[in-house]
Write a protein that binds this ligand. Structure first.
Ligand code: VG1
Ligand code: CO
Length: 542
């Protein structure tokens, strides 16, 4: 095997964001661009020569070429064993599971919920041996390394294919091509009561799952239709496509509109769900009913004892800072700790590894547990199905009963996408100038308790991470949070998160928009967002 050492020069923009490096596909297709970043990942990972690396991605445009390049570079860097999903495909949670089953790390190709295709986005990230996204200390080191990259190593391997399952010896490299679904499906069977869920479907329970032409199609068909007996056709948009059929593979009320129309239409199924580009997000719908992701996390925590994999109870829970405090109320009633972390799954890793939490989630349609180290879309869907099967109640009834018991956190998120970067930064700095003046003032008929920029100290390793969003906290539990997205590729995206807490039984059934009108107005006034950005309405409201 010949190893070529290729001379290159650094790119100035290779700094990972919330979840790896995401750029336009055309940026990744520049000569040496992917290679430079992969070399930086491998340099920082510094895996010993006999290590095993998992490689796979969500199947978007450029996935296969990038996978083959990474395999050649892994060999060129002395790695002797690579596990890859057939055709280079692996959902993010399935990749996490494979890494945890004995590999030393993994490279995941995905821009997740971002659109794909030749004129869409591409992405790449590194997961460490625990199966989770590399921590900030790692991603910062990668950015530093990429900034000075002068050469990368790539092996001249004999011809190989990603389409034939099995172990292939390619020069010094052992390449295991695995079915992307098998190990993951077995993991799901070990956690959930498949008999109970099959019984639910056998009784006539109807479901629709929208795979959005992304990676979860084959997983959902195998698990929901083949193993659990859901009607054939339950999974729609089931064929993964390199451009996701031109859609935006983000399972929310705006982009999963086909599913939403059906669940809110006549003769709606009992249950609806969708996942994103790489399979780690989930949206849960009941008949004519939307479950906010923050509520979903709280409901899973409150009902975990009904599910075999969690029947022993939860050690603790965690949520990202902008996620509503609905789960906090459940944790308090269970008498378990509840942690608040910055946005991005990488911050849950230490807590999960230390056994301090069992469940965690984000408001951005992400929920997960200690079964892997990524959020997991289908896992959340199965968790819900298991609860519905056990309780024999509708999704809506389960959520309403939850509110009656724990109170309700009204919650909405406004996204302003593609804002000019200077305007977005202007909004954030204008808010910062008000930190000392705001506390004690009355806004939206509530008293401001504090205004700050969220800084996190990891309770396990003590690492500190700053600037994770501006918080206005009110005396009555309401909150307004402003953040700039770290996953977009075009200009800036401002996210405004608004929440109010209600425990008065007569006020639990309000329309969310009505319940939050005053706070929304206040958020726009205080931030001067409309005048500074020229935006009169958000791109997406969740
Ligand atoms: C968004 C979400 C965040 C999530 C991240 C990755 O990040 O807000 O909660 O962890 O996407 O999700 P940001 O920085 O754009 O707000 V995924 O499914 O795109 O890997
Ligand atoms: Co995702």
């Amino acid at each position: 095997m010949t190893v070529h050492v290729i001379t290159t020069s650094p790119f100035a923009d290779q700094r990972p964001g919330t979840s790896g490096l995401r750029k336009r596909t055309t940026v990744f297709q520049q000569q040496h661009y992917l290679e430079n970043f992969v070399q930086a990942l491998l340099d920082v990972a510094a895996l010993p020569p006999d290590s095993t690396l998992v490689v796979g991605g969500d199947g978007r445009y450029h996935n296969r070429e990038a996978t083959e390049t990474i395999i050649r570079m892994a060999a060129g860097n002395g790695i002797t064993h690579v596990i890859v999903g057939r055709a280079g495909l692996l959902s993010t949670p399935a990749a996490s599971h494979l890494i945890r089953s004995g590999a030393h790390g993994g490279i995941i190709l995905s821009a997740s919920h971002n659109p794909g295709g030749a004129d869409g986005d591409f992405g790449i990230k590194y997961n460490t041996g625990n199966g989770g996204p590399a921590p900030e200390s790692f991603t910062n080191a990668v950015a530093e390394r990429a900034r000075v990259m002068q050469q990368y190593k790539i092996a001249d391997l004999p011809h190989f294919t990603l389409d034939e399952l099995g172990t292939h010896q390619i020069g010094p490299l052992r390449l295991d091509v695995v079915d992307p679904v098998v190990a993951y499906a077995a993991l799901m069977e070990s956690l959930f009561d498949f008999d109970a869920i099959s019984g639910l479907f056998a009784s006539g329970f109807r479901m629709r799952f929208d795979a959005m032409h992304a990676i979860t199609g084959p997983y959902a068909v195998e698990i929901l239709e083949r193993r659990l007996g859901a009607l054939s056709g339950t999974v729609i948009n089931r064929v993964p496509l390199p451009d996701f059929g031109g859609g935006h593979p983000d399972p929310n009320l705006t982009y999963a509109h086909e599913l939403v129309e059906e669940l809110f239409g006549p003769d709606a199924p009992d249950f609806g769900a969708a996942s994103d580009g790489d399979g780690d997000r989930n949206m849960i719908l009941g008949q004519h009913f939307f479950v906010t992701p923050s509520d979903s996390l709280a409901v899973l925590a409150a009902n975990a004892m009904l599910v075999p994999g969690y029947a022993r109870g939860l050690s603790g829970v965690a949520r990202s800072m902008p996620t509503s405090a609905a789960v906090d109320a459940v944790a308090a009633s269970l008498g378990i700790p509840c942690f608040e972390t910055p946005t991005g799954w990488k911050f849950f890793g230490t807590l999960l590894d230390a056994g301090r939490i069992t469940l965690c989630g984000e408001e951005s349609f992400g929920t997960g547990s200690d079964h892997v180290r990524e959020k997991d879309g289908l896992w959340a869907v199965l968790f819900w199905l298991n609860i519905v099967a056990e309780r024999g109640e509708t999704v809506e009834a389960i959520v309403r009963e939850h509110w009656a018991r724990f109170g309700r956190n009204y919650y909405t998120r406004y996204d302003y996408e593609g804002v000019r970067t200077e305007a977005a930064n202007g909004v954030m700095s204008h808010l910062r100038t008000q930190f000392s003046a705001l506390p004690g003032t009355m806004i939206a008929s509530r008293r401001v308790r504090s205004a700050d920029d969220f800084t996190y100290t990891d309770p396990v390793d003590g690492s500190v991470s700053a600037h994770h969003g501006i918080r206005l906290l009110f005396d009555d539990g309401a909150r307004i949070v402003f953040r700039l997205s770290g996953t977009g590729t075009e200009g800036a995206t401002i996210r405004v998160y608004i929440e109010s807490r209600e425990t008065d039984a007569s006020r639990l059934g309000m329309d969310t928009a009505n319940a939050l009108t005053e706070l929304v107005t206040a958020a726009l006034v205080i931030s001067e967002l409309p005048t500074r950005t020229g935006r009169t309405a958000p791109t997406v409201i969740t």
